[in-house]
Design a protein around this ligand. Structure first.
Ligand code: CTP
Length: 398
């Protein structure tokens, strides 16, 4: 898969930078053309000479080329690359990528890149486990970049644990797997809903839930990677969506209903992962509700069920998938929703499972089909769960 591919390899400061030499050799052996960008501090770990000899190309570090008086164009490098692999990726460069900081050639090239970006983090156990690092890893995935997870084992510090950059052979394998053109959803229109809704009672207060939208965004990224034309209708979420996905932001359940029903008739596959509020305040006060001496009761009215409405008007050939978040009698409740909403498949999340459900980066789901077939998946990252769900959908559609 890597034959004749133009691979841009970014190397940052980490003891694992020595593995970049093996990585270059393996890319060349696979028939790829390789160019390397080294950050200044990475030169303390691996020399430009080693990498340029192995890659048979000059190694880039600075914007300005002292010898020729010219400059190394980040735009040209980014345009040249078919894939951009950053391995090892340090915690520092990772944080800068997330924030859009661009104070060296590697980061400027990253910001200019339009090709798929793979990243292989490498750092010490404590650093790797810090919530901010995990959050940054997740943010990069949510931008559509592909994580090559760090492995476990003995670290350079002498500590044992997670944080070791994946071995070069496995990095190549994972990239090859991803590089297989996947057109399983080409020509298909995919509608996905994600995130919470907000039901306002006055201009400053609302009813909502903890949904982060991560599951829906992961599904949208994966569906568009498979060639699908993806529309993502999402409630208020912090995540940024990649340009390959058409995002339609909404706030309330009513707005989500209108947006989803607009795209529904032309959609081939519909996956409703949004946590839509079932009720909204009966009245929306024009100005802020003031406190009084007595208690306050809030009258709520039912919101329309988007998924149910779709199930009732579904045409032949449309594939409708819902989510069920349950806390008890999980399978029984999920099955009821599958039948009452006339779904082809329901994805069951149980809040009893550790690491699953709202605002986690992992999820543990069971896929239940109309036929009664069931597939229980282990705890995985939401990107991997998205892949499994779409694998199943694609297998059924073909
Ligand atoms: N859903 C929807 N519109 C609503 C409520 C839910 O489209 N107004 C969709 C969700 O996106 C999800 C599925 O229906 O795919 C199930 O949502 P869930 O909240 O688990 O079920 P409800 O039918 O609302 O039932 P309950 O809250 O009582 O479990």
């Amino acid at each position: 898969m890597l034959h004749n591919k133009k691979v841009l390899l970014g190397v940052t400061a980490s003891i694992a930078a020595y593995k970049a030499t093996y990585l270059v050799r393996l890319f060349i052996k696979a028939g790829a053309e390789v160019r390397v960008i080294l950050t200044e501090s990475a030169k303390d770990f691996v020399t430009p000479l080693t990498l340029s000899t192995l890659s048979k190309n000059p190694v880039y570090s600075e914007y300005f080329n002292g010898k020729t008086g010219g400059w190394n164009s980040h735009v040209e490098l980014a345009e040249w690359a078919d894939i951009f692999v950053i391995a090892p990726l340090s915690a520092n460069t990772m944080a800068k990528m997330v924030q859009g900081i661009c104070d060296n050639l590697l980061l400027a090239t990253y910001l200019s890149a339009r090709c798929p970006v793979f990243f292989a983090p490498a750092m010490d156990l404590e650093m790797y486990q810090k919530p901010i690092v995990q959050e940054n890893i997740e943010s990069l995935q949510m931008m559509g970049h592909i994580l090559i997870p760090a492995g476990s084992g003995e670290l350079a510090s002498g500590l044992e644990g997670e944080g070791r950059m994946e071995e070069p052979e496995n990095i190549i394998k994972q990239i090859e797997q991803y590089s297989i053109p996947d057109n399983s959803l080409k020509g298909k229109k995919i509608l996905i809903s994600a995130g919470p809704t907000r039901e306002y009672l006055d201009p400053v207060r609302y009813i909502s839930n903890h949904s982060s939208g991560k599951m829906g965004v992961s599904l949208a990224i994966e569906a568009s990677r498979r060639g699908g034309e993806v529309t993502l209708v999402h409630g208020p979420i912090k995540l940024k969506t990649p340009p390959s996905v058409k995002a339609h932001p909404v706030v309330s359940a009513d707005e989500m209903f209108e947006a989803c029903m607009k795209y529904f008739p032309e959609s081939d596959v519909i996956v409703m992962s949004a946590a839509v509020a079932d009720y909204k305040p009966a009245q929306l006060a024009v100005s802020k509700i003031k406190k009084s001496d007595s208690d306050f009761s809030l009258a709520l009215v039912k919101n329309r069920d988007i998924l149910k409405t779709m199930g009732e008007s579904k045409k032949e050939g449309q594939y409708l998938v819902g989510f069920a978040l349950e806390t008890e009698n999980e399978r029984e409740n999920a099955n009821k929703k599958l039948v009452s909403k006339k779904l082809d498949m329901i994805v069951l999340n149980s809040l009893k499972d550790e690491g699953a459900g709202f605002d986690h980066s992992t999820n543990k789901v069971t896929l239940i089909k109309r036929s009664g077939a069931m597939l229980e998946l282990p705890l995985k990252s939401k990107s991997e769960v998205a892949r499994d769900i779409l694998n199943d959908i694609c297998r059924t559609l073909i």
